[in-house]
Design a protein around this ligand. Structure first.
Ligand code: CAA
Length: 258
């Protein structure tokens, strides 16, 4: 719980901005960072006044990976019994939409953290990679799975086997990031995207997120069936009436936020 030592959480209207703050280690993700990020985002997820969470780092580093110095001496049993990194799964399971705003290094666990978010925006300075192999390990926060789903086998295999990095332009071409913006505009752009999302119907945004995520977990026929059920369900909300009425009346909608 707060006060946090390795992150800063600010509220801007219905958006929360979570900034990783371990500059001395390029935001390396040690256990304290993991627990603080998870604790803070789980609390924000429960807060009806928050409709979107932006996660960012510094200009130089979103996060340079999991903390190598912390992991170095551990044994197999240390890692297994503490189920190292499992808490990160809770970030991917949030219902509130999340935006990663990546400037500078997003390597190893940093790239994995960005991929745990729903929308990934990159500054033109962003550098992505899964260089774990150079340390004699493999990715541990889902990188081999999410990178492969995002960019396909060809690039994922090359990145995971050689440890080479991708710049922002390559990451955009490969489909890892939704957009690249000039570094100076990154935060404003991420907050603007978040504000847009947070202005939508909160339950409908959750359903949209859930539906897109389902595409990664099931067959096409089952995924379409899942979407169809959600589509029918939104007609039980006032927001469907409000959204469609506002269109007909040529005015902006006033959605409820839970
Ligand atoms: N863990 C711990 N400390 C780290 C770190 C990490 N992942 N990345 C950087 N740091 C520390 C450095 O040790 C250094 O600390 P000291 O000043 O005390 O020596 C400080 O941050 C600044 O880093 P550099 O001096 O190295 O900065 P640079 O500008 O010369 O290089 C860099 C930047 C290329 C990102 C380089 O820091 C680097 O290669 N970092 C490691 C990247 C990496 O391998 N990440 C994967 C980690 S493993 C992992 O993430 C497992 C998983 O799947 C979850």
């Amino acid at each position: 719980a707060p006060p946090y030592e390795t992150i800063v959480v600010e509220r801007k209207g219905r958006t929360a901005l979570l900034t990783l703050n371990r500059p001395e280690a390029l935001n390396a993700l040690n256990l304290q960072v993991m627990h603080e990020v998870v604790d803070a985002t789980v609390a924000l997820d429960r807060d009806p006044d928050i409709g979107c969470v932006v996660i960012t780092g510094s200009e130089k580093a979103f996060a340079a990976g999991a903390d190598i110095k912390e992991m170095r001496p551990r044994s197999y049993l240390d890692m297994y019994l503490s189920d190292w990194f499992t808490a990160w799964d809770r970030l991917g399971a949030l219902r509130t939409p999340t935006v990663a705003a990546v400037s500078g290094y997003a390597l190893g666990g940093g790239c994995e953290l960005a991929m745990l978010c729903d929308i990934l925006l990159a500054a033109d300075t962003a550098v992505f990679g899964q260089p774990e192999i150079k340390l004699g390990v493999v990715p541990g926060i889902g990188g081999s799975q999410r990178l492969t789903r995002a960019v396909g086998k060809a690039k994922a295999m090359e990145l995971c086997l050689t440890g080479r990095t991708m710049d922002a332009a390559e990451a955009e071409r490969a489909g890892l990031v939704s957009r690249v913006v000039p570094a100076g505009d990154l935060l404003a752009e991420a907050l603007s995207v978040a504000e847009t999302v947070a202005g939508m119907s909160a339950p409908v945004a959750m359903m949209a997120k859930e539906s897109v995520n389902r595409a990664f977990e099931t067959t096409l026929a089952e995924g379409v069936r899942f979407e169809r059920r959600l589509f029918h369900a939104v007609f039980a909300t006032e927001d469907q009436k409000e959204g469609m009425t506002a269109f007909v009346e040529k005015r902006p909608p006033r959605f409820t936020h839970r």
